[in-house]
Design a protein around this ligand. Structure first.
Ligand SMILES: CC(C)[C@H](C(=O)O)[C@@H](O)C(=O)O
Ligand code: SF4
Length: 467
């Protein structure tokens, strides 16, 4: 086998070539959540079609669920409960594995899949959710689809897919102290723009990527959809194998050894050709924060709001102007020191145990500034329980954060959980679109460290000054 890692996985899963651009591909796993998955399951049931491989389809509750302690099926937005109950009923009727509310394995779909070893190196995995690219960090070909395609994948374990072009982004050298995978992702977005990856499967490689721990790699891959990539992938290495070993759905016994031997072949060959290649020097990257209404509108922390000239290669004038007005900021004004109303640590980007540990290190012995609504939502119930076992929740609570049940929560105004109108939020999430965290909210994306430091300062702050 020669070629890129993508080509190797694709070729192993190609069933037929449909035309010059499109193949029929075997789908190993289908993941569903209640916001889009229930619709697919119900439609399938209405058509009288069974799920072809029910033991390879997994369902969780994450998007609209209440994350306040003591939750039930009730949601803040009255329509939310119907999504939960319909998805539950359909998942049970179809005989799928369901991580329901109250289950210790429940959580955000892209967080629990690696935790449970549902995603494995070399598998094809789809989910009706754009951040499925997160799971490419495990060396899988994982991508987001629509509900209709999910229905097709459930019924047939196949999908017709337009073969993406290949891009490699090498990041070599060492990240500067205090620079995280989130900063790296925002840096790439500021370079490539929100459509820079369109049509590509992006392989992240290079010494700086190899040096990232697995959860940081998930953060990096998570934001590939923000530059419109088909997905992202990183060649699996010992960090991936060590992480997976012994987890619920990982191969066991002799199967494990066979699996590892095949996973070790999943890397791009030295002479593999990519349709596009870029090289980034890790030492050029600084902690980042977004100032606008698109994730590409990000600058190094400490830099002022950029003037239009410096972003004109990516931002259209109307997007730029709209961003300044919506965010209530002006070109040239410093972002550090901009007062915030709220701070949010959560989402499939940055709510894993390592994220919470790093934020807690900053919060230890400190207090959230008066008037700041600070909330931490662990990415899964498993993350919450492990965090509680090591006492992290006490650090968050003592600092003045709310400590919640797991779910998407204020990443996305779907179940009704939101910050207030016009409130400025520093957030560890991946999208700063208008009204993303509730009607009229103004979101600044950053690392969990920057969110924690800003919560303490009551204004956007540089975590390196507190470290
Ligand atoms: C609701 C879902 C379809 C959506 C997505 O596809 O990403 C959501 O998870 C998001 O982050 O905006
Ligand atoms: S945490 Fe946010 S980005 Fe991730 S799946 Fe949920 S809503 Fe989408």
């Amino acid at each position: 086998m020669t070629g890129t890692i993508f080509e190797k996985i694709w070729d192993m899963h190609r069933i037929a070539t449909i035309d010059e651009t499109t193949d029929l591909v075997l789908i190993d796993r289908v993941l569903l959540h209640e916001r889009t998955g229930g619709v697919a399951l119900e439609s399938l049931a209405a058509a009288g079609r069974p799920v072809r491989a029910p033991n390879q389809a997994f369902v969780t509750m994450d998007h609209v669920v209440d994350t306040r302690p003591g939750r039930t099926d009730a949601t803040i937005m009255p329509t939310g409960t119907a999504f939960i109950t319909a998805t539950r009923d359909a998942a049970i009727a179809a005989g799928l594995t369901l991580f329901d509310l109250g289950d210790p394995d429940q959580g955000i779909v892209h967080v629990i899949s690696p935790e449970q070893a549902i995603v494995l190196p070399g598998v094809t995995l789809v989910c009706p959710d754009s951040h499925t690219c997160t799971q490419g960090a495990m060396g899988a070909l994982a991508w987001g689809i629509g509900s209709t395609a999910a229905e097709h994948a459930l019924a047939t374990s196949t999908l017709r897919v337009k073969r993406p072009k290949t891009m490699r982004i090498r990041i070599d050298g060492q990240l500067v102290q205090g620079v995280t995978a989130k900063d790296l992702a925002l840096h790439l977005l500021s370079l490539f723009g929100s459509s820079g990856g369109s049509g590509y499967i992006v392989e992240y490689a290079g010494t700086a990527v190899e040096a990232l721990d697995l959860e940081a790699r998930m953060t990096l891959c998570n934001m590939a959809t923000e530059f419109a990539a088909f997905s992202a992938i990183i060649a699996p290495d010992d960090k991936v194998f060590d992480y997976l070993k012994g987890r619920a759905y990982a191969p066991k016994g002799a199967d494990w050894d066979v699996a590892i031997a095949s996973w070790r072949l999943l890397r791009s060959d030295a002479d593999a050709a990519f349709d596009a290649e870029y090289a980034i020097d890790a030492s050029d990257i600084a902690p980042m924060v977004t100032w606008g209404i698109s994730p590409q509108q990000a600058v190094a922390l400490g830099k002022p709001v950029p003037g239009f000239e410096s972003v004109a290669s990516r931002d259209q004038r109307d997007l730029y102007d709209r961003a300044l007005t919506y965010m209530d900021i002006e070109a040239g004004m410093p972002l550090i020191g901009l007062p915030i109303d709220a701070a949010f640590i959560g989402s499939c980007t940055n709510s894993r145990l390592s994220d919470l540990r790093r934020a807690a290190a900053i919060l230890t012995g400190r207090k959230v500034a008066a008037g700041v609504n600070a909330i931490c939502v662990p990415g899964s119930t498993g993350v919450r329980l492990r965090a509680e076992a090591e006492g992290l929740h006490r650090i968050f609570l003592d600092a003045g954060f709310e400590w919640r049940e797991s779910g998407c929560s204020m990443c996305f105004f779907a179940g009704g959980e939101s910050f207030g109108h016009r409130q400025r939020v520093i957030s560890s999430t991946n999208r700063n679109f208008e009204s993303r965290q509730g009607p009229g909210t103004r979101s600044h994306l950053a690392s969990p460290e920057t969110v924690a430091a800003s919560a303490i300062a009551g204004a956007i702050a540089d975590p390196r000054e507190l470290a």
